[in-house]
Write a protein that binds this ligand. Structure first.
Ligand SMILES: *[C@@H]1O[C@H](CO)[C@@H](O)[C@H](O)[C@H]1NC(C)=O
Ligand SMILES: *[C@@H]1O[C@H](CO)[C@@H](O)[C@H](O)[C@H]1NC(C)=O
Ligand SMILES: *[C@@H]1O[C@H](CO)[C@@H](O)[C@H](O)[C@H]1NC(C)=O
Ligand SMILES: *[C@@H]1O[C@H](CO)[C@@H](O)[C@H](O)[C@H]1NC(C)=O
Length: 247
């Protein structure tokens, strides 16, 4: 066979190949957590639901957690055990890390940054693949329609750690602010866990922001490598600033 044929065959099979076995471990605070406890409800479940069936997606995120308390309360050990197990059975294991909401209540951004750096290093040492996310925005607005943001210094710190440690970064903070400002307060608050809870998400909110995370990941990792089920209509609404799930 002609060598160019071989190359094109290889390219064809490369493009058609199903993604290798991949799993996800989610690490973070209530804005990633599954929402079964009070003061909780994040994008994690919506993200897991956007993966093809059978893809392990282990949400270890906890309400109230800062980087420090996540470790101190043993949740980090649980996350590490999950990563070890997934890597151990030969899966590419992507571990998302998103903090800031509670870190900002106890210390300046650098304290979180040091802890994130350590988390990234420990995940890598186990053969996992860390992915840093900036904090999901709170959905409180100023009277001019912009988001009343206080998390930017923690988002910036997360970006600094990502660049220093050469870690994949998904800027959820920026993307979620952009979407909420585009759709405006009433449509943005449809996604709240309860009407006045501008931090946590209901199921619709988890679906929307989980899809946003999936889309950010697809923008960062070749989509052929990811076990993500597309939802073109929802992705379109998110990227075009069109409200979702309002009826
Ligand atoms: C939700 O997360 C909590 C805390 O990690 C966990 O104890 C609980 O089993 C999870 N529930 C579901 C339904 O996944
Ligand atoms: C970071 O971790 C240290 C313990 O190593 C802890 O003292 C500190 O409070 C943590 N910072 C945050 C913002 O949680
Ligand atoms: C914006 O957030 C700050 C800090 O939480 C708060 O003090 C202020 O009242 C908020 N502004 C509006 C318009 O809600
Ligand atoms: C996306 O926007 C269209 C047009 O406004 C709307 O009909 C549709 O219900 C939206 N999709 C979701 C998932 O909300």
């Amino acid at each position: 066979m002609h060598s160019s044929c071989l190359i094109s065959l290889a390219l064809t099979f490369g493009a058609l190949a199903a993604p290798g076995p991949t799993s996800f471990v989610l690490i973070g605070d209530s804005t990633t957590a599954n929402g079964t406890s009070l003061n909780s409800g994040g994008w994690g479940n919506g993200f897991c639901a956007s993966l093809s069936s059978g893809t392990p997606c282990i949400n270890t995120a906890r309400n109230g957690a800062s980087t420090g308390s996540f470790v101190a309360n043993g949740f980090w050990d649980a996350a590490i055990a999950a990563i070890k197990a997934e890597v151990g059975v030969g899966r590419r294991t992507l571990a998302t890390i998103q903090f800031g909401h509670n870190d900002q209540k106890i210390a300046g951004p650098e304290s979180m940054g040091k802890n994130l750096t350590s988390m990234v290093q420990q995940i890598r040492a186990l053969g996992g693949e860390p992915v840093l996310l900036t904090s999901l925005t709170r959905r409180s607005f100023n009277s001019d329609g912009t988001i009343n943001d206080t998390l930017q210094p923690w988002a910036t710190e997360t970006m600094t750690v990502a660049s220093q440690t050469q870690t994949r970064l998904l800027d959820l903070h920026k993307t979620s602010i952009k979407y909420c400002e585009a759709i405006g307060p009433p449509y943005c608050h449809v996604l709240n866990k309860s009407p006045d809870d501008n931090t946590h998400l209901n199921e619709k909110g988890s679906t929307v922001f989980g899809r946003m995370v999936a889309d950010l990941l697809v923008g960062s990792v070749p989509s052929t490598e990811l076990p993500i089920i597309t939802n073109a209509a929802l992705s379109y609404n998110i990227s075009h600033g069109i409200p979702s799930f309002y009826s």
